[in-house]
Design a protein around this ligand. Structure first.
Ligand code: BMA
Length: 382
C-alpha cells in the first residue's frame, strides 16, 4: 500500500515539475509565440495549437510518456461505440478508471469515399470521437491503411503501386483524389471553427515487406517521393496547417538502416518505431532497447521528438507484461508516447479489458510514475 502511495506521490511530483516548467515558458513568451520556444515543424504555417501540441509532447517526454490505445473509444471487447456521445466507453477506462492520453485512429478506406473505415468504424463516429477526445485533452494520432491503388486490393496486397502514383505515374490522378478525400476528412476535425491538431502517420512499417509501400514493393527513392508529395498536397494544395507528420519504420532487422526511407528533415516532425512482442519478452525488450537507442540518437541530432508508435503483445498471455516487460524497457527511453494496438476480439487485442488476466497488472502499470493517462494530461493544461 505504502509503496503504491509513494508511486502516486512521485507521479504527482513529476507533474508539478512539468507544470511549473510549462507555466515558466508560457509566462515568458505569450502562448508559444516566441521564436525561442516555437518548434521547427514541417509546416512553417502550422496553427498555434499545432505548435502547442508539439510542445506538450516535448513536455511529457521530460517526465514520462503518454499511454495510447488504437481505436480506444470506437470499440472494445464485446462492445462498439453507438453514435451516442453521452456514452463514451473504453476498455482502458473500464479497467483503470481513466482514458488513454493518446487516441489512435485509422482512416483506411476514406480514400474510397466509404462510410466506414477498414475495421468497420463509421467516419462520422470517428470524427465525433476525435472531437470528444481532443476536448478532454487527449492527443490524436491517425494512421492510414489505404488500399492498393493499382490492384484495388488492400494495404497488404504487395502489387507494386508507388511508381504509378507519384508525379508522372499512370495512377497519379486517382491518388490525388484519394489525398483530397483525406484532406476533406482532416478538415472536418474542428472545434468552434478551429482545426484539431493531428499526428499523421502514413505509410508506416515500410522496412517490412507486407504493405504495398514496403520493402521490395517499391524503391526507397520512390517511397520518399510519395511521402514528400503527399505532404505537399496536404499542406500546400489543400492548405492543411494542423498536421504533425510521424515516420515509423518497423523493428529494425540487423542490416536495416533506420533512415533508408527517411523523407528528410523538412518532411518529418516525429521519429517513430513499431515493435511487437511475439511471445518472447527477452527478444522484445532487447529489440526496443536497441532500436529506441538508435531512434533517440537520430532524433536528438535532428532536434525532433520520438515515440513508440505501435506495440503490444496479442492477447497478453505473459504474466505482468505491462509492469515487468513493457515498463522497465521504456522507462528511461525518452519517448513521448507509446501506442498499444486495438482491442478487436478476445483473440486479437493488445490492452486488457474487464475480466482479463492482466487487469490487475495494468492497474499497477497505471500507477507507475511515468505512465500518463488522460487525467494526467489534463493537469498539464493551462
Ligand atoms: C492490423 C490488424 C488488422 C487491422 C489493421 C488496421 O494490425 O489489427 O486487423 O485491419 O491493423 O487497423
Amino acid at each position: 500500500m505504502t509503496n503504491k502511495k509513494n508511486l502516486k506521490k512521485k507521479k504527482i511530483t513529476l507533474f508539478l515539475i512539468g507544470v511549473s516548467m510549462f507555466f515558466a515558458f508560457q509566462s515568458c513568451g505569450t502562448k508559444i509565440k516566441s521564436d525561442a520556444i516555437k518548434p521547427s515543424l514541417v509546416d512553417k504555417n502550422a496553427t498555434e495549437i499545432t505548435f502547442n501540441l508539439y510542445n506538450k509532447l516535448e513536455l511529457i517526454a521530460k517526465t514520462g510518456f503518454a499511454i495510447g490505445h488504437q481505436d480506444a473509444t470506437s470499440y472494445g471487447i464485446g462492445w462498439r461505440h453507438e453514435n451516442n456521445l453521452s456514452i463514451i466507453k473504453s476498455d482502458v477506462q473500464e479497467v483503470v478508471g481513466d482514458f488513454p492520453a493518446v487516441y489512435g485512429f485509422d482512416i483506411g478506406h476514406i480514400e474510397l469515399a466509404q462510410e466506414k473505415n477498414l475495421d468497420g468504424v463509421p467516419f462520422n463516429d470517428m470524427r465525433n470521437l476525435i472531437i470528444d477526445a481532443y476536448k478532454n485533452g487527449g492527443i490524436i494520432t491517425i494512421s492510414w491503411h489505404l488500399d492498393n491503388p493499382v490492384s484495388l486490393g488492400d494495404s497488404w496486397d504487395p502489387t507494386p503501386a508507388v511508381s504509378e502514383i507519384i508525379k508522372g505515374g499512370k495512377n497519379r490522378e486517382k491518388y490525388e483524389l484519394w489525398v483530397q478525400r483525406v484532406a476533406n476528412f482532416l478538415n472536418t476535425l474542428q472545434i468552434n471553427g478551429e482545426k484539431i491538431p493531428v499526428i499523421f502517420r502514413p505509410f508506416h512499417e515500410m522496412n517490412g515487406s507486407w504493405f504495398w509501400w514496403g520493402e521490395g514493393n517499391c524503391t526507397a527513392s520512390n517511397y520518399i517521393k510519395l511521402w514528400q508529395e503527399t505532404v505537399q498536397l496536404l499542406k500546400d494544395k489543400h492548405n492543411l496547417h494542423h498536421i504533425i507528420y510521424a515516420y515509423s519504420p518497423n523493428k529494425l532487422n540487423p542490416t536495416d538502416d533506420y533512415l533508408k526511407y527517411y523523407p528528410g528533415d523538412e518532411y518529418v516532425d516525429i521519429l517513430g518505431i513499431d515493435i511487437y512482442d511475439f511471445n518472447n519478452s527477452e527478444a522484445y525488450s532487447n529489440a526496443i532497447t536497441h532500436d529506441l537507442n538508435i531512434v533517440k540518437k537520430i532524433a536528438t541530432e535532428k532536434k525532433k521528438l520520438f515515440a513508440f508508435t505501435e506495440t503490444g503483445l496479442e492477447k497478453i498471455p505473459t504474466h505482468k507484461w505491462f509492469t515487468e516487460v513493457l515498463y522497465p524497457t521504456i522507462e528511461n527511453s525518452g519517448i513521448s508516447w507509446v501506442l498499444l494496438w486495438r482491442n478487436h476480439t478476445t483473440s486479437h487485442h493488445y490492452m486488457p479489458f474487464k475480466g482479463h488476466t492482466s487487469e490487475n497488472d495494468f492497474i499497477e502499470f497505471e500507477k507507475l510514475p511515468k505512465t500518463f493517462f488522460l487525467k494526467d494530461l489534463q493537469k498539464l493544461k493551462n
